[in-house]
Design a protein around this ligand. Structure first.
Ligand SMILES: [Zn+2]
Length: 447
C-alpha cells in the first residue's frame, strides 16, 4: 500500500473524531484515571485485531502496551505518549477543556497538544501499517503510559521495573514538548534530543503566630512573599551546554530576526540578554532564555486559613529546572543565598522530586529516518535537534542508553502556548501531517 492508496481524507476524519473522543476522557493528573484512556485505545486497537494489554500500576493508573511483531522479534521502536494531562482552569478557557469540540478544523481540549494528539498520530500510523498488510522486518510497539505529568512514577519507570520486557527497545519516539518556527528560509521542526533536569522543591517558612489586628515583624507569609520576589528577580548565570550551542549555531544561519553573527551573541554571557530582547517571537525568546540557564519558578503557595490569624508556618513550591552539568545541590546553594540576602529567616528547603538531564545522539538511523519523513511531507521542513526545558519520559530510556526523540509536528511558535496553558487546541491539518510523517518514518525505518 502506498500513499496513493491510503485515503488520507478519510484518515483525517477518523483521526479527528478519535482525538475528539480521547480529549473527552478526563485524565487530569492527579488523580490520573489513565485506565479510562487506556481502555479507549484498547477498543480501537482490538477492532483492528492488534494485540494489546493494560497494566495497572495502582487502581485507575493504566498503561497500555500494544505490539506489532515483525520478522525480527527484538523490539526496535516504541511509539510512546502519556495518557494523563495537567489540570485545566476551566473558567479561563473559552471552550470547556474536556468537550473535545471540533470547530473550524480545530480540535479543542486539555491534552490537544500535550500530548493526546501525538498519541492519536502514533496510533493511526501504527494502525495504517497494520491495515496495509505489511509484515515489517522490525518489531513496533505502541505504548500509552500513566503519570508523566507528575514525575512518571506510575508509568514508564513502573513498567520498566515490573515488566522489563515490555519496554525493551532500540529506539523511542516520544513527545517533543516544544515548538517550531516558520521563517522565509523554511519550516523548522525542533526535535527534542535532550532535556534539562528537574528538581521540585518546597520551601517551609516559620514565624510567630498571632492576631491579624496586631502586626509584628516575624510574619512567615511576608517572609515567603520576599522569597518569591527574590527568586523571580534573580538572574541566573548563562551557561552554554553542548546541545544548546549546537541548536543556536544551527538556528543562527536560518533565522531572519537579525544578522547571524549577532544571533550567535546568545552564547555570550554578556550579550545574551540583549539578543534575547531583540527576538520578536517572544515565546521563542522565552524558551531560548530558559535553555541558557538554570531556572527556579515559584508555582504553589500554601499559607494561612483565616483572614485575622497570622499563621505560624507556610510554604511555597518552586519548579527548579537544571542544565546538564549542574546539580540540585549547586542550585539549592544559590537559592539559599538569594533568600538569605533578601532577609528571609527561618526557612528550610525540602526536595520533592528530581530527575537528571538527559541526551540522545543524533547520528542514528532513526534520526535520519525522521528527517526524511519530515522532508517528504514538507519540502520546506528542516529538523533541528534541541534541548527542551521541561522533562519527559524520554529520560528513563536515555538513562538506559536507548536514544529517544521528541517530535513536535507543528512548526509554529503558537502551539507551545497551549502546553499547560489555557485554550489548548490543534488543527486536524496538523494531525494528518503528523500521521503522514510518522507513517513514512516508521515504514522507512522498520521495513
Ligand atoms: Zn507531555
Amino acid at each position: 500500500m502506498t500513499h496513493k492508496s491510503i485515503e488520507w481524507n478519510s484518515v483525517e476524519r477518523e483521526a479527528t473524531e478519535l482525538l475528539s473522543r480521547y480529549l473527552q476522557i478526563n485524565t487530569t493528573n492527579p488523580p490520573g484515571n489513565e485506565t479510562e484512556g487506556a481502555k479507549f485505545l484498547k477498543e480501537i486497537l482490538e477492532k483492528e485485531k492488534i494485540y494489546c494489554d493494560i497494566y495497572e500500576s495502582s487502581p485507575g493508573r493504566g498503561n497500555l502496551i500494544s505490539k506489532f511483531t515483525g520478522r525480527n522479534t527484538i523490539p526496535e521502536i516504541i511509539l510512546l505518549h502519556h495518557i494523563d494531562v495537567v489540570p485545566a482552569e476551566e473558567k479561563k478557557w473559552s471552550r470547556p477543556p474536556f468537550s473535545g469540540q471540533v470547530i473550524d478544523g480545530e480540535i479543542w481540549g486539555r491534552g490537544a497538544v500535550d500530548c493526546k494528539s501525538l498519541g492519536i498520530m502514533e496510533l493511526m500510523a501504527f494502525i495504517l501499517l497494520k491495515r496495509s498488510g505489511l509484515f515489517p522486518e522490525k518489531h513496533i510497539v505502541f505504548a500509552a503510559t500513566a503519570d508523566e505529568e507528575a514525575g512518571g512514577k506510575w508509568g514508564v519507570p513502573w513498567l520498566m521495573e515490573n515488566y522489563p520486557d515490555k519496554l525493551k527497545t532500540r529506539f523511542v519516539i516520544n513527545e517533543g514538548v516544544g515548538l517550531g518556527l516558520n521563517t522565509e528560509t523554511g519550516n523548522f521542526c525542533f526535535c527534542q534530543v535532550a532535556e534539562k533536569g528537574v528538581c521540585w522543591i518546597r520551601i517551609h517558612f516559620e514565624g510567630k503566630p498571632g492576631h491579624g489586628s496586631q502586626p509584628h515583624d516575624n510574619n512567615c507569609v511576608v517572609d515567603m512573599a520576599r522569597a518569591i520576589d527574590a527568586l523571580a528577580s534573580h538572574r541566573f548565570k548563562v551557561c552554554i551546554t553542548g546541545p544548546v550551542k549546537h541548536f543556536i549555531c544551527m538556528l543562527a544561519s536560518e533565522q531572519n530576526f537579525m544578522p547571524e553573527e549577532e544571533f550567535l551573541g546568545l552564547t555570550d554571557q554578556n550579550l545574551s540578554s540583549n539578543v534575547l530582547e531583540k527576538i520578536p517571537e517572544k515565546k521563542l525568546s522565552q524558551i531560548l532564555s530558559a535553555m541558557l540557564k538554570n531556572t527556579a519558578v515559584p508555582t504553589v503557595t500554601c499559607s494561612g486559613s483565616k483572614t485575622n490569624v497570622i499563621p505560624g508556618e507556610c510554604y511555597c513550591e518552586v519548579d527548579c529546572i537544571i542544565l546538564p552539568g549542574s546539580t540540585s545541590e549547586e542550585l539549592l546553594e544559590i537559592i539559599n543565598e538569594v533568600l538569605t540576602d533578601r532577609g528571609c529567616r527561618n526557612f528550610s528547603i525540602e526536595i520533592n522530586g528530581q530527575s537528571l538531564a538527559s541526551e540522545s545522539p543524533v547520528d542514528t538511523p532513526l534520526y535520519n529516518a525522521l528527517e526524511k519523513g519530515f522532508r517528504k511531507n514538507d519540502p520546506r521542513a528542516k529538523v533541528i535537534p534541541y534541548m527542551s526545558t521541561g522533562a519527559t519520559d524520554s529520560r528513563f530510556f536515555r538513562e538506559k542508553g536507548i536514544p529517544a526523540y521528541g517530535v513536535q509536528m507543528i512548526s509554529s511558535v503558537e502551539s507551545a502556548e497551549g502546553i499547560h496553558g489555557h485554550n489548548e487546541h490543534i488543527s486536524s491539518e496538523h494531525i494528518i501531517t503528523g500521521i503522514k510523517i510518522l507513517h513514512d518514518t516508521i515504514k522507512e525505518f522498520c521495513t
